[in-house]
Design a protein around this ligand. Structure first.
Ligand code: ZN
Ligand code: ZN
Length: 360
């Protein structure tokens, strides 16, 4: 990974935002900038250098992983050591950016207590998140690997899917297979939502049995080499009605329309609108209660948001989900989700799984 280049780009952003230092506290951002994958640490990025601060648990790991920065292992409070370090390095007035979306109120207070008043803490714009929206070549390779492993798990789900099996059993088989194949974990708790529960957009697998004659929404993803996958397929168990089939077809058509809208220069909101228009025409628009998608990378949900009115313009190298769904409370729900790469000429669907309705 080209950590030096990522830090160089960020420095240009700091200059533009008139920040002397940025205290990076969000772990995926730290991972992105210097390679550290542990669960505690801060990266301080300045005009010409970066310093990584952590505690003694991460001494060895930090020395193995951190690239493009000096390492300071604090023997007392990490934030205390960090604050004192910045104070020593900044003889004049300085503006110190923090990640307002991520640093806790208590951390901010502690840091402010250490710093003299000439050093001003200020909310930084989401510079790193913006940088992370466009993936480089190496990241795309890792994302493809995660997507392909994630997609294999759907076969596990289908193999075990029948009326009477517990939702949690289906999820367990998928998660076991993921770990066996080298995944670090799941991107989020696996969603296996059957019967009425399929109408819950985020129905985590429970100990409920799958019931005959209903949809089962399966939404799942793996983390492999740091990168996430995310996909949804909806299957029907038992005898399918014409109404359910019509609903599935409408969601599939909406998903296809949104995928076809994906190309550079188009706003994320326009992609959302493409899906919504199809469902509105099918008189199902009011049951599509969430946004159409989101960026995926080191985190399973990251910018851009693919939602109504979003002005972010798509660029080659962005990876998005496209996942319209409809939910009839107390009855059933359907969602179809793929990961899609924005390419120079349009898009490429990364998720290899068929979208033909499976009736088992
Ligand atoms: Zn999902
Ligand atoms: Zn998703």
């Amino acid at each position: 990974m080209n950590f030096m280049e990522r830090q160089r780009k960020l420095r240009a952003g700091l200059t533009k935002s008139r920040l002397d230092w940025l205290v990076v506290s969000h772990l995926p951002n730290i991972h992105y900038l210097c390679g550290f994958t542990g669960s505690a640490g801060f990266l301080v990025v300045g005009e010409s250098r970066s310093i990584f601060f952590s505690d003694s648990r991460y001494d060895t790991q930090a020395r193995e992983e951190v690239k493009g920065g000096r390492i300071v292992i604090a023997r007392t409070s990490v934030l205390q050591v960090l604050g004192e370090w910045i104070r020593k390095q900044s003889p004049g007035r300085s503006r110190i950016g923090i990640e307002a979306d991520h640093m806790t109120v208590a951390e901010r207070r502690r840091l402010a207590d250490i710093l003299p008043s000439r050093l001003k803490l200020t909310d930084a714009p989401p510079l790193i998140e913006r940088q992370r929206m466009v993936k480089d070549f190496e990241e795309l390779e890792l994302i493809r690997n995660a997507v392909n492993l994630g997609a294999d798990l759907f076969e596990q789900a289908v193999k075990g899917m029948r009326s009477g099996v517990l939702e949690s059993e289906v999820a367990a088989e998928m998660e076991y297979a993921a770990r066996r194949a080298g995944a670090e974990g799941m991107s989020f708790p696996t969603i296996i939502a059957s019967g009425e529960r399929s109408a819950l957009p985020h129905g985590r697998a429970t100990s409920n049995p799958v019931r005959a004659n209903g949809f089962v929404v399966c939404d799942f993803g793996v983390i492999l080499a740091g990168y996430c996958s995310d996909q949804t397929r909806t299957v029907w168990v038992g005898e399918i009605s014409a109404e359910a089939r019509r609903a599935y077809d409408a969601v599939r058509e909406a998903q296809q329309a949104a995928i076809e809208a994906v190309r550079p220069g188009v706003s994320a909101g326009a992609v959302d609108n493409a899906a919504r228009t199809v469902l509105r025409k099918a008189k199902l628009g009011r049951y599509f209660t969430h946004s159409t998608g989101h960026g995926v990378g080191l985190e399973v949900h990251e910018p851009p948001r693919v939602a109504s009115g979003q002005q972010d313009l798509l660029e080659p190298g962005m990876v998005l989900t496209v996942e319209p769904g409809i939910y009839l409370p107390g009855q059933w729900g359907v969602r179809i989700e793929d990961m899609v790469l924005v390419t120079k000429s349009g898009h490429q669907v990364l998720t290899p799984t068929s979208k033909d309705l499976l009736v088992v």
